[in-house]
Design a binder for this molecule. Structure first.
Ligand SMILES: NC(=O)c1ccc[n+]([C@@H]2O[C@H](COP(=O)([O-])OP(=O)(O)OC[C@H]3O[C@@H](n4cnc5c(N)ncnc54)[C@H](OP(=O)(O)O)[C@@H]3O)[C@@H](O)[C@H]2O)c1
Length: 216
């Protein structure tokens, strides 16, 4: 699959990029700055020992990808998504975005839409098939190179789009669970606030989610 990562110069996008390149996907790193995207792509390509990571502006990356992954800060969606809207039309768009605010009284701070994923859907319009996923896999786990010890929970309104994202998750060795419509993205994103709190409270770095009670 050709995966475009908007905001792919940050740790989460870079970590996903290397993992996907290692499993044979072709990756396009997007940035506000084309030169930064190219430099990051060259560095990540070295890590993945793969020539299949290239860099370009967010707008060009979204246009080039078959699937578009958003790894942007939640606070940047309103400014960043209008320029990728055309490129996302008709495509699967994966939102990894978690609206967390550090240093205030409340860690999980969703937008009025209810979640960052629903905010992305609103900004990209109904032709983008937004799926919320990958919120519970920290960047440092992605770069560790170790097997990912967690489930991938995803939600969205388009069954075919969810199947595509499930394929991307399974290619990373993850068991994938469909947790319903995009209206469930708020609770899904909120789990990351719990994981971050557990990490801090128990002085660990890798709290994760695994669902019990399922066969297989
Ligand atoms: N880090 C994690 O462990 C982790 C885990 C799960 C989920 N997430 C979620 O994944 C998303 C990305 O996380 P991250 O840690 O990689 O984020 P980040 O480093 O803060 O941002 C990622 C990229 O977004 C671009 N960006 C930053 N501010 C922007 C703005 N105002 N407008 C447009 N683009 C901007 C930057 O790229 P350019 O400067 O190159 O444009 C930056 O490299 C976040 O929503 C986070 O909640 C992160």
């Amino acid at each position: 699959m050709k995966v475009a990562i908007v905001g792919g110069t940050g740790p989460e996008g870079a970590g996903l990029a290397v993992r996907w390149a290692l499993t044979g996907h072709s990756v396009v790193i997007g940035s506000r700055d084309a030169a930064r995207a190219r430099a990051t792509a060259a560095e990540l390509g070295g890590r993945a020992k793969s020539a299949s990571i290239i860099g370009m502006t967010n707008r060009d990356a979204a246009a080039a990808g078959e699937v578009v992954v958003l790894t942007l800060p939640a606070t940047s969606l309103a400014a960043a998504l209008p320029e990728v809207k055309d490129g996302c039309r008709g495509k699967v768009v994966v939102s990894t975005v978690v609206p967390l605010t550090f240093g205030g009284g409340r860690l999980f701070t969703p937008p009025p839409a209810g979640s960052a994923a629903e905010e992305a859907q609103r900004l990209l319009g109904p032709e983008a098939k937004v799926v919320a996923a990958f919120h519970h896999i920290a960047a440092h786990e992605l770069v560790s190179g170790q097997p990912l010890d967690c489930d991938l929970l995803l939600c969205g309104d388009d069954p075919a789009a969810k199947a595509t994202v499930a394929e991307l998750g399974q290619s990373l060795g993850l068991r994938v669970l469909d947790v319903g419509p995009l209206a469930n993205a708020g609770p899904l994103e909120g789990i990351t606030a719990l994981l971050a709190t557990i990490n801090r409270r128990y002085k660990i770095k890798n709290a994760g989610v695994r669902i019990t009670g399922l066969l297989g």
